[in-house]
Write a protein that binds this ligand. Structure first.
Ligand SMILES: NC(=O)c1ccc[n+]([C@@H]2O[C@H](COP(=O)([O-])OP(=O)(O)OC[C@H]3O[C@@H](n4cnc5c(N)ncnc54)[C@H](O)[C@@H]3O)[C@@H](O)[C@H]2O)c1
Length: 374
């Protein structure tokens, strides 16, 4: 199942694409760009940019063509050799790098988040809305993930009736690496879940709060983050008394391996998406009816891509979705059509997280429990 894409005239292809940043995320975008150029002819990877010579050499040794490596993004912009660019540099550099390439006339695919802070996102998004409202796509790959898209199709088709609760979990098996710059576990990780929940429900929450804890992995890294485990509760309840609650769980402590699960609770059944079998390469989507018709309505298995090399665990789970979002970006650039995910989606998710972060509970805020003496 592919994301519906614009009809592209072969007259305008190929799109000249560059990738900036070749770290955990950028390298995989560059690999996909190289593959898409060979598989579709719709793009051509014309350059990469990184500060790390070793990363560049490792990528070039695998790439199908020899391309220039820019250690300065300014030089890449001045060279005017690309129509579009993927930016996967550190979050603190997103605004500077995206702005530079937009001013040079390139369409931009920007990894999430916009800036990582509410004020930063508001100001960057304000600039984009004023000067480049249609020139930037944001990297929320869950919207392009086949298992999640299949679940959404069933939900939208009424398979489980009215939705009243969404559980969305994203749990890493280890802390963010040494040197990684995070503005907090929620803006860094839960931004994916918040966007997913808004996309699945088609609604905006009215209120929220956070329960944050430091339980384990914060001791194992020099990356300073507010929490290593957090739960974000969002209330979408409406005035006619029909409730809808989202529970978002993010963690850096799921030591047995990356965990991503989504469970949709409806009045007539449930849909769940996750790796429920022992096979880490298999994502399962299951839908169940109500207890009196408890049979499994649907069970479908999706095998994730094996890249035959050690890659970050989020690539193991979402590899195909990252490639699909890039394909959609390329097609939209060529067809001169709007992007399906923009800075406004990123801003919205950040606003929700920032508002909920004004109510952070910790274990200290919990009610003490008094036990009877036996
Ligand atoms: N969508 C996802 O699931 C996902 C997953 C991980 C990271 N990310 C996002 O991707 C971005 C990058 O994260 P990462 O983990 O890949 O970081 P990383 O530290 O592994 O890589 C950063 C890259 O940026 C390059 N870089 C830094 N300054 C540069 C400059 N001035 N010019 C050219 N290159 C420069 C570095 O050389 C490196 O290649 C972050 O914004 C992060 O939030 C998204």
């Amino acid at each position: 199942m592919q994301f519906p894409s614009a009809i592209v005239s072969p007259m305008v292809a190929p799109l000249r694409l560059a990738v900036v940043g070749l770290g955990r995320m950028g390298r995989v975008h560059a690999l996909h760009a190289d593959e898409l150029s060979r598989e579709t002819g719709l793009c051509e990877l014309v350059a990469v940019s990184t500060l790390d010579r070793g990363q560049a050499e490792a990528f070039l040794s695998q790439a199908s063509t020899k391309i220039p490596v820019f250690s300065s993004i300014q030089d890449l912009a001045d060279a005017r050799i690309c129509d579009a660019v993927v930016i996967a540099t550190n979050t603190s550099l997103h605004e500077e790098h995206a702005t530079l390439m937009l001013k040079a006339g390139a369409k931009v695919f920007l990894e999430k988040p916009l800036s990582g802070t509410l004020n930063g996102d508001r100001s960057f998004s304000g600039y984009l809305q004023a000067h480049h409202p249609d020139d930037i796509m944001l990297g929320f790959q869950r919207r392009f993930d086949e298992p999640l898209r299949f679940a959404k199709e069933m939900l939208d088709g009424g398979a489980i009736g009215r939705l009243f609760r969404v559980y969305s979990a994203l749990e890493d098996s280890a802390p963010a690496p040494n040197g990684y710059n995070s503005t907090g576990i929620l803006p860094d990780m839960a931004i994916h879940n918040v966007d997913e929940v808004l996309w699945l429900t088609g609604s905006l929450p009215a209120s929220g709060f956070v329960l944050g804890s430091n339980l384990h992995s914060h001791r194992l890294t020099t990356c300073r983050e507010d929490f290593d485990d957090a739960m974000l509760i969002l209330d979408f309840g409406n005035e006619d008394g029909k409730g809808l609650l989202a529970e978002i769980q993010v963690s850096r402590n799921h030591v047995s391996g990356y965990r991503g699960e989504t469970i949709l609770y409806g009045e007539k059944g449930q849909i769940r998406v996750g790796r429920f079998n022992a096979n880490p390469r298999e994502v399962i989507v299951e839908a169940f009816g109500p207890r009196d018709h408890a049979e499994l309505l649907v069970s479908r298995s999706f095998l994730t891509r094996d890249y035959h090399e050690a890659l970050p665990e989020f690539i193991d789970r979402f590899g195909a979705a990252y490639k699909e979002e890039l394909r959609v970006f390329i097609n939209a650039c060529l067809a001169r059509q709007g992007f399906p995910v923009t800075h406004l989606d990123a801003l919205r998710a950040q606003e929700i997280i920032a508002a909920a972060m004004t109510r952070v509970l910790s274990t200290k805020d919990m009610a003490p429990i008094a036990y009877s003496k036996a």
